[in-house]
Design a protein around this ligand. Structure first.
Ligand code: NAD
Length: 262
């Protein structure tokens, strides 16, 4: 049952075409918010908007590549035109990178960080600029990862980008708080979204049992013993976007079944 009421609020969610971002967008819609979706996949974005439709709010999308600030500028303008103001921005768009530390090419590293780090950098820049201009405060939530809490043996570039997002969340929070704008992050653990399918595809050998591999990776890392869900990430995002979180500034909330405890 939905305990948050976001009636009259307008949220913008990147990466809302799939997985965690989509679950966040749906929970906002269920809680009464109008939602604008930004995603590189028009089909995914349109699907999310169609799914939100039953809730009776206002929904729309812009096809964006979050690594391009110009795209994000168009997306913010689209949402502002449709809704009048933007109260909440969630930066969820992201990809995984399984390349080995030594073997990754400069082009691969740059493309990865352009999406996972610079996407959040530009998203926060535009969110802060928009919210300060509007007045009346706002909430910004970045979807980071427990993988950004420490270095990683197998996924060093993913860890690098997410560590950057966590650091950036704090810098944005310093600049935002005096304006009544909160910037925080959520660190998901393991949720079996299409992103995880891409990890399993890269890690599993020919003919490997992906479900068994997923189970092994999950159990070795997670005291809770089960995968988390997009909805469980959304609950944390909605909390951080609500008035209950007004005093929470520059924090990162692990929602990971205990895989990381600091
Ligand atoms: N699934 C997990 O276990 C997990 C764990 C920790 C953190 N995360 C983070 O959560 C976020 C969402 O991941 P997910 O698991 O929901 O993945 P997902 O693949 O299900 O969804 C990602 C969405 O982002 C979009 N996207 C990808 N590149 C984009 C780009 N350049 N511009 C705009 N949109 C783009 C995709 O089209 C897709 O709709 C990511 O930032 C990811 O790093 C996921």
């Amino acid at each position: 049952m939905m305990v948050f009421d976001f009636s009259g609020k307008n949220a913008l969610v990147t990466g809302a075409g799939s997985g965690i971002g989509r679950a966040v967008a749906l929970q906002f819609a269920e809680a009464g918010a109008n939602v604008w979706v930004g995603d590189i996949s028009g089909d995914n974005a349109a699907g999310a908007v169609a799914e939100m439709g039953r809730h009776g709010g206002s929904y729309g999308f812009t096809v964006v590549d979050v690594s391009r600030k110009d795209d994000l500028t168009v997306m913010f303008a689209g949402a502002a035109r449709a809704f009048g103001r933007i109260d909440i921005v969630v930066n969820s768009a992201g990809v995984f990178m399984t390349r080995h530390l030594i073997e990754a090419t400069p082009e691969e590293i740059k493309r990865h960080l352009d999406i996972n780090l610079m996407g959040a950098v530009y998203g926060c820049q535009l969110a802060l600029e928009t919210m300060i201009r509007q007045g009346g405060g706002g909430k910004i939530v970045n979807i980071a990862s427990v993988g950004g809490r420490h270095g990683e043996l197998d996924f060093p570039y993913y860890a690098l980008g997410k560590a950057g997002v966590l650091n950036w969340t704090q810098s944005v929070a310093y600049n935002a708080a005096p304006h009544g704008i909160n910037c925080n992050a959520v660190c998901p653990g393991i949720i079996r979204t299409p992103m995880w399918e891409s990890i399993l595809e890269a890690v599993a050998g020919e003919g490997a049992d992906r479900d068994a591999l997923f189970d092994e990776m999950l159990k070795s890392r997670t005291p809770l013993g089960r995968a988390q869900t997009g909805e469980e990430m959304a609950y944390a995002v909605l909390f951080l976007s609500s008035g209950y979180a007004d005093a929470i500034v520059g924090q990162a909330l692990n929602v990971c079944g205990g895989s990381v405890m600091s």
